[in-house]
Structures are given as C-alpha cells and as structure tokens.
Design a protein around this ligand. Structure first.
Ligand code: BMX
Ligand code: ZN
Length: 292
C-alpha cells in the first residue's frame, strides 16, 4: 500500500498528486468552487480524482477547515464560499472506492515540514499565510490535531482587539489582518474591487508605499504570532508556507520584526522545504503513518 493519490483543498485552489515512495509523479490543480452547494464540491472532487485514482492504493486529503470524524467544518466559512459541514471522507470514498484519510491542510503541511527538519528538532510550528492563516504544531515529535480537530488554528488568535470582524465571528483575529484575503480586502479599499492579495503583493514588490504598509502589517502580525507560539510552546523552529508566506521578501519582513523581540519570544525561522506541495506530501505521509 504505497501509491497514494494526495489531494489538497485550499480556499483558492484544489491540487491532486500521485505520490509513490515520497516522490510526486503527477500534479494537477483546479479552482476551489466558491459555492454553498455541496454538489459543486462533489463535482470538483470527481473532476480531480477521476482517472488518477486507478493507480492509487489509498487517498490522502488535506483540506482547509476543521476536519473531525471525516466531516469538513469551516471555522471561517467565507474562505470556502460558505460551504460548511461537508462529508469529505465519505464523498471521496464514494468517488474513489479506496481507503481515505482526511486531515486539516495546515496540520498536514506542518507534518511534512517537521519531517524535513533535522532529526534533533522535536518541537516546531508551521504557519501558512494564504487564503486564510493556519498552523500545524508538532510537540515532542507528535502532530497536534486536538480532540475536535481544531489544534493549530492559530490564525484565529487575537491580533487586534479593535480590529474588524473575522469570518469566524471573532473580532481582530490574525487571519483578518495577515491573510491573502485580508491583504486583498485592504487593497480593494484603495484600488477597487478587482484587487486581490496577488495584486497588492505585486504592487508591494514594485515598492508602492501603500502596498508596503499593508504587507508590513501582515508580516508584523505574523511575527507576533511566531513570538506567541515560541513563548507558549517553546518551539525550536517556525516554518512559513502558503502563497504569501513563500512570496519573495515576506520572510525577511517577518524576521526583521521578530528580531525586535526578547530572545525567549524568538525561534529559528525558515520557509517551507516542501514549498507549495507541503499539504500534499504531509497528507500522504500522515496517512502512511496511520497504516503502520
Ligand atoms: C482558515 C481555516 C483553517 C485553514 C486556514 C488556511 C476554514 C475553511 N479554514 O483559518 O482550517 O487551515 O484557513 O487555509 O475555516 P487555506 O485555505 O488558506 O489553505
Ligand atoms: Zn477568526
């Protein structure tokens, strides 16, 4: 049982890859449907899986949202076009007729990144800054998934008590300031509705002062989150991923802010060794570890 079809469902895109002995042999991606209709997700999954699953012994799914008992529950439903309480595991099983393993996307990516670090590191955190902000935390060599699948949802800790309301219902979460969606929303106020996180980041790289302010605020918020994780969990390393976390220049901004904190609030900082494939690779590795 070693050939895996790994699927990564993010707020913006869905990717699938065949992974055999840790090697990715085929990769494809489609847009995540933005709809409250579960049928739209059924169709997207069927499109991704059909044809690819014939070579797979099992399916491993990393998905945005809280994964509990195989159900995808959104903490921030806005990120999934309002879709909530979706029976992810049984649906993928129905489509593929294979054993299916499901895990949160940031937890999966955190597991892959932990496995890529030197063996003497037992405590680490991975933070994805993408459509949302998520985290995967490994303590004493164990991935924290929590009793309800919620562990690691660090995008929803407090960043600004006077901040705007986050999609999860709380005010001032890290995600509502630092995520690609939040960056895009800040850009919409300045440059209009067509604006998204990618557009603001492009302007940041062109040294537009207003875009620099928006990206700087995101990086400062993530640096504070790194400091909070370091001082509460004593992690030895924090790894950044996701489209914003991996974007050129972002980690340097975070590192610069982190340097201002006392030493106990700091950790070694790096970008994801598995890059954008961390969720896919981690889901496959996690499923394999459950089979042992
Ligand atoms: C949100 C939450 C997390 C997820 C994180 C990053 C939802 C739908 N998602 O905080 O479960 O891990 O975003 O997700 O509530 P991504 O979509 O940016 O990959
Ligand atoms: Zn929130």
């Amino acid at each position: 049982m070693n050939s895996c079809l790994a699927i990564d469902i993010g707020g913006t895109k869905m990717a699938a890859a065949l992974i055999c002995d840790g090697v990715i042999s085929y990769l494809t991606q489609i847009k995540t449907p933005s709809s409250t209709r579960p049928e739209a997700m059924d169709e997207a999954l069927t499109e991704l899986i059909s044809g690819l699953d014939k070579d797979a012994d099992f399916i491993a799914v990393a998905s945005t949202g809280i994964i509990h008992n195989g159900i995808l529950g959104a903490l921030n439903p806005v990120n999934l076009g309002g879709l909530n309480n979706y029976p992810l595991k049984s649906k993928v099983q129905e489509i593929s007729q294979r054993p299916v393993y499901v895990i949160n996307d940031a937890q999966a990516a955190g597991w892959a990144e932990y496995k890529s670090l030197p063996q003497d590191i037992s405590n680490m955190a991975f933070i994805t800054i993408s459509t949302g902000v998520g985290a995967g935390i490994v303590i004493n060599n164990k991935l924290l998934t929590g009793s309800r699948g919620i562990a690691g949802h660090a995008g929803h800790v407090l960043a600004d008590p006077n901040g705007s309301r986050c999609g999860c219902g709380r005010r001032g979460c890290v995600e509502s300031i630092a995520s690609g969606t939040a960056i895009g929303n800040a850009g919409k106020v300045l440059w209009g509705e067509h604006c998204d996180g990618k557009y603001v980041y492009k302007k940041f790289l062109e040294q537009d002062p207003q875009a620099q302010k928006i990206i700087q605020r995101s990086a400062q918020t993530i640096a504070n989150l790194v400091a909070d994780l370091s001082i509460t969990l004593d992690v030895e390393q924090v790894v950044l991923g996701g489209s914003i976390g991996l974007a050129p220049g972002y980690i340097e901004l975070v590192r610069h802010c982190l340097d201002e904190f006392p030493p106990a609030h700091q950790s070694r900082l790096s970008t994801a060794a598995c890059g954008a494939d961390a969720g896919l690779i981690g889901a496959a590795q996690w499923a394999l570890s459950l089979q042992k």
